[in-house]
Design a protein around this ligand. Structure first.
Ligand code: SF4
Length: 75
């Protein structure tokens, strides 16, 4: 299991995470920020636990994020 977190309020909507992991990230039409699909928000941080199968592409999303608000770690 891995855990993905996003400090969503600082998202600048660049779309890099969607390109890296399109099955897990989606752009919101409401506010132009990216959404971690399936995540639950606690204050400004969105958190989601998923299978390790998703590690590589979400690690790429983390590395591609220009404002460094995506974290991926093994649980
Ligand atoms: S890569 Fe980072 S800044 Fe860009 S849309 Fe995704 S979360 Fe937002």
């Amino acid at each position: 299991m891995i855990q993905i977190t996003q400090l969503r309020k600082r998202c600048i909507g660049c779309n890099a995470c969607v390109e890296a992991a399109p099955g897990r990230w989606a752009m919101s039409r409401k506010d132009g920020k990216c959404t971690l699909v399936g995540a639950i928000g606690k204050k400004d941080i969105y958190i989601l636990n998923v299978s390790e199968i998703e590690f590589e592409e979400n690690k790429k999303a983390s590395e591609a994020c220009p404002v460094n608000i995506i974290q991926v770690k093994f649980l």
